[in-house]
Write a protein that binds this ligand. Structure first.
Ligand code: SF4
Ligand code: SF4
Length: 149
């Protein structure tokens, strides 16, 4: 059985780390993300969508390039890297690791620390603040949280 959330959490993203960007999976986006990313790249929304977005009836996600997890991931020779659209990165990228499925269960949060070296580092964040950030995920991707409030 999953454990309840901790009273507070620690997190500090580690410089040069790209583990979460390089992990297998999809980057889901919102309509607002599309607008912001297109503007940041100096593209029209239709041109950005045609090149970078995969749209279904309920979901939007970034298309994946052939040999990388994300078109916007820039790797350096040391194995680290950065996001080339950092100021406008999608909701799921910006809010990680404060996702409902992580912050709401202490054991899941601690397990995620095996994948994200920033978890359990840095200053304390009260659980209320973490939950507030997590609620942005529920608003952005309601189809992903059908059983959550
Ligand atoms: S895995 Fe964690 S520490 Fe690394 S870039 Fe992602 S959020 Fe930051
Ligand atoms: S958009 Fe940026 S932060 Fe999100 S997965 Fe791609 S490179 Fe990483």
């Amino acid at each position: 059985m999953a454990t309840p959330p901790a009273d507070s959490l620690r997190f500090e993203c580690q410089p040069g780390c790209i583990k979460c960007c390089d992990r297998h999976g999809f980057v889901y986006i919102t309509e607002n993300d599309v607008q912001q990313m297109a503007k940041f790249l100096g593209m029209t929304v239709p041109a950005f969508e045609a090149q970078y977005v995969f749209r279904t009836a309920r979901q939007l996600r970034l298309r994946k390039p052939r040999r990388s997890q994300c078109h916007f991931l820039r790797k350096n020779v040391n194995g680290g890297g950065s996001c080339s659209i950092h100021p406008v990165k999608p909701v799921q990228c910006r809010t990680y690791p404060f996702w409902p499925e992580l912050v709401e269960y202490r054991d899941v949060w601690n397990y995620e620390a095996t994948k994200c070296p920033g978890i359990n580092q840095g200053s304390l964040i009260q659980i209320g603040e973490a939950m507030e950030i997590a609620s942005e995920m529920k608003t952005a991707y309601p189809w992903s949280y059908p059983n959550l409030e």
